[in-house]
Design a protein around this ligand. Sequence first.
Ligand code: C2E
Ligand code: CA
Ligand code: CA
Ligand code: CA
Length: 277
Amino acid sequence: IHSDKWCVRYRAELEDKYNRRLAITTELKRALASQQNELSMVYQPKIDLVTMKVCSMEALIRWNSSALGFVPPDEFITIAEQAGLIEQVTSWVMKQTISDLAYFREKGYDFTVAMNLSTQDIQNKVLLSNLVSLLTEKGLSPDALELEITESDLVADASLAIENLNELTARGFHFAIDDFGTGYSSLAYLKNLPVKTIKIDKSFILSLASDENDQQIVHTVLSLAAVFNLKVVAEGVEDLASLTILKDWGCDVAQGYYISRPLKLADLEEWLQNTPF
Ligand code: C2E
Ligand code: CA
Ligand code: CA
Ligand code: CA
């Protein structure tokens, strides 16, 4: 009896999950095809810990669905990958981000913009060559852009991903390894990849000021990164104490709510005018 009940509940849960997934797939397709502006980009500043000034902005997608309300990117990006929609999502992100990057340059800002790419994107030659064309159209150089990829993406299908990485690096693009510390790769492994930057995952940074384990991990990563000549970004910096530790230990760049939450373009311009950074 007990297991029957469990079974019913489990089936109901599966059904809920299935329905949610289906709704997201259907609505995302609609959002991509329509002109209703359900999708948008927000930008989160990163600061250089030597100059304490803004050096880059991470572009993050937002989806405010008329049918489903706000859907978090972690949720719909994963579903888009599985439903064969990620190419369309990334194409949309690329167009919007590069157009915003051109706007930042027009306004005289010289920070770089970091864009997130999914596993499948770095194996998609058409998509990547569109990226080059979009930049060329706007008269922008590839070094204005940073591409963030997760380490698991490289382990999954090493050969093609690495080939594309090398090709794009030769064209002047820069790659950063996102969520560093959550996957399997080591810094020694990264040495053989055309990667200049690692982003320490926010799970190690959020409680940095109070958690000795996190301090040990972050300190080790920073020392090793120095040996391998890698630039280190810490994400998830939520307080001054963590920021100070990172600065003292030679971390290069910080990003997090202490500096700013991700902002839409209009709010970002206002923030840039008033920030001490
Ligand atoms: P991510 O690339 O690791 O992005 C960092 C996430 O941490 C963002 O969540 C950001 O809002 C959040 N964050 C930044 N600072 C803090 C902080 O101080 N504290 C806390 N608690 N969180 C902080 P978001 O925007 O919800 O994005 C989640 C994930 O969705 C991203 O993780 C990325 O994997 C994916 N994503 C977002 N936008 C895109 C996109 O345009 N393309 C792709 N492929 N993936 C995207
Ligand atoms: Ca990222
Ligand atoms: Ca991350
Ligand atoms: Ca992530």
